[in-house]
Ligand binder design. Sequence first.
Ligand code: SAH
Length: 237
Amino acid sequence: MRRIAYFLIFLSLIFFAFSTTSAREPDDFVHLREQMVQRQIVARGVKDPKVIKAMLKVPRHLFVPEARRAYSYGDYPLPIGEGQTISQPYIVAYMTEALDLRPDDKVLEIGTGSGYQAAILAELVKEVYTIEIIENLGKSARQTLRALGYKNIYVKIGDGYKGWPKKAPFDAVIVTCAPEQVPQALIDQLNEGGRTIIPVGRTGGVQKLVRAVKKGGRLKTENVMYVRFVPMVKGND
Ligand code: SAH
């Protein structure tokens, strides 16, 4: 009788162990993410501890289509459907660091895509407003972000050229698709002292990644590197 009791206790312990591990994230992804941060991000000079912490925390694989999850921590952008891509991890970290964010900031992102960049921002600031022009992508990003429990990200489906006037001004504006010029509405909606980072240039080619600070109503800009983003398309209206 006692043997049976021990056996049942043993079985329930095994069951308990399995049920708790399956509720956690697979260790493989945690390990891949640590490697990504060390080899692609810290090794290339990103230093801000808050950015590094966010990159370690946000489960990037949940923002890419299931069939591509195995590649989600690689050193490259990946397709997310509708001809669009999630940016390379280093570029996400670099652009986030360049915005010099503070905990009370309100940030505007143009080009929600998968929602990954928005999640990284949401780890660092009070509120993130993000605009996506392709309805399917916007809806799917909203779902992913909700499932992960983010309550400080607002996703709008619409044309980013107009910004989000009702929620302006913003302390920082990040654009993750490439316009040919910095859209004036985005400059107007930036706070005095606000920071912005935008890939500017021709469709299909490389673009200049421009970092700017708004001083006296005007942008003081510097070109920080060359990048390749999908184009920022014009809306219908
Ligand atoms: N930040 C995203 C990647 C962006 S890919 C991520 O973390 O996954 C660029 C996105 O910009 C695409 O989803 C594209 O549909 C969107 N986009 C292009 N033009 C736009 C516009 N005018 N307004 C809003 N979004 C736009």
